[in-house]
Design a protein around this ligand. Structure first.
Ligand code: UT7
Length: 347
């Protein structure tokens, strides 16, 4: 069976740098709290009106396509991961197809939040393996800054997230033993509501206050003043509970990837963990006994960019020549759902 390889990779970060100090103008927080709890020093915010999740994705995709030595016209499938799409529907995949003038190829959107890119990579990998497609554009892109609560009420969430995009082009591997060795996908919906954005959504009957609404009022069940007043249109996170689960599932899914392929942590040249929190990444590093050269972190500069964080970090490590041909690279992510995933790659 064919295996797939990352033939090209690109990233895009908006130019607007927002420091921890900048955030203190809107909410009660401090540089000290944010650095100590998360490692984040600054993040990027997209231009409010001129940049969207899709426009950032397109910029990252152009670089990935060029580095893959191909053209937009040769892309035969798009897989797009995001939790902050331009529209509730349609997804961003078709917007990339349109913006890049691509043929009438398939476009698939993935809704797996922090693990979205690794899931997307896994889906694309299967299509390459079966021979169905030969040039798949896989994207993770987020514009969080448009949907965060910048008051003190939302500070535990809003200080964490940033904007950006990463993209890869997946092609059939040319050398035996090269490329994606395996991917591993998991979920546990038991605690789906502890890291979630509740509205707009179609669950309103679970919220008793809307039970007696008549047909004419249904529009308000989807998007009501009360929802906005009670911050249900912003992400909710029980941070400590997410933290506890993350530090168990991250090492587990990384070891699963290594052991499936007959490797151990010491064989790893580079781990690219989803940039959720520097403390989580450091815990994982310690638990697996990895040294500093084996793990790449850039959350200090970009915050948590959810589906974009893994491809941005992978791209940055690649651009710094920290990943060379033949290296063993593991991508791993954990987040809302919960969903978690890993991919082991022979670069
Ligand atoms: O990528 C998606 C997956 N997400 C994650 O993996 C996130 C996992 N969780 C975390 O990273 C951490 O739980 C956080 C960074 C979100 C929070 O850190 P924590 O050490 O768990 O803090 P906490 O939520 O337990 O809050 C501690 C205190 C509270 O005050 P009191 O009740 O002790 O007086 C919060 O109100 O810190 C307060 N606090 C803040 N203070 C200043 C919460 N956010 C802030 C803030 N600035 N931004």
């Amino acid at each position: 069976m064919l295996s797939s390889k990352i033939a090209g990779i690109g990233k895009y970060l908006p130019s607007n740098v927002v420091t921890n100090q900048d955030l203190t103008a809107h909410m009660e927080t401090s540089d000290e709290w944010i650095v100590e709890r998360t490692g984040i020093k600054e993040r990027r915010y997209a231009h409010r009106t001129e940049e969207t999740t899709t426009t950032m994705a397109v910029e990252a995709a152009k670089i990935a396509i060029e580095r893959a030595g191909t053209t937009a016209a040769d892309i035969d499938f798009i897989v797009f991961a995001t939790l902050s799409p331009d529209y509730y529907f349609p997804g961003c995949g078709v917007l990339v197809q349109r913006a890049m003038g691509m043929k009438e190829i398939g476009a698939l959107d993935i809704r797996n939040q922090c693990s979205g890119f690794v899931y997307a990579l896994s889906v694309a990998d299967q299509f390459i393996k079966t021979g169905m497609y030969k040039n798949i554009l896989v994207i993770g892109s987020e514009k969080h800054s448009f949907g965060l609560d910048f008051s003190t009420r939302g500070r535990n969430v809003s200080v964490i997230f940033g904007d950006g995009a990463g993209a890869v082009v997946l092609q059939p591997a040319t050398n035996a033993g090269q490329g994606i060795l395996s991917t591993h996908l998991h979920s546990d919906g038991e605690a789906a509501e502890i890291l979630a954005m509740y509205n707009p959504g179609t669950h309103a009957n679970h919220w008793g206050e809307y039970a007696n609404f008549d047909e004419a009022e249904i529009g308000q069940m989807f998007m009501s003043h009360n929802m906005i007043d009670s911050a249900q249109n912003f992400p909710f996170m029980d941070g400590p509970s997410v933290f506890k689960k993350a530090i168990v599932k991250f090492p587990e899914v990384i070891l699963e990837a290594l052991q499936t392929n007959g490797y151990g942590p010491s064989d790893l040249n580079m781990l690219i963990p989803h940039q959720a929190n520097l403390r989580i990444a450091q815990f994982v590093q310690q638990k697996l006994g990895l040294n500093d050269e084996q793990v790449y972190n850039n959350i200090m500069l970009y915050g948590n960019t959810t589906a974009a964080s893994v491809p941005i970090a992978l791209c940055e490590a690649y651009e710094k020549n920290l990943i060379k041909e033949g290296d063993l690279v593991c991508l791993a992510a954990f987040g809302s759902g919960f969903t978690w995933a890993s991919a082991l790659i022979k670069w």
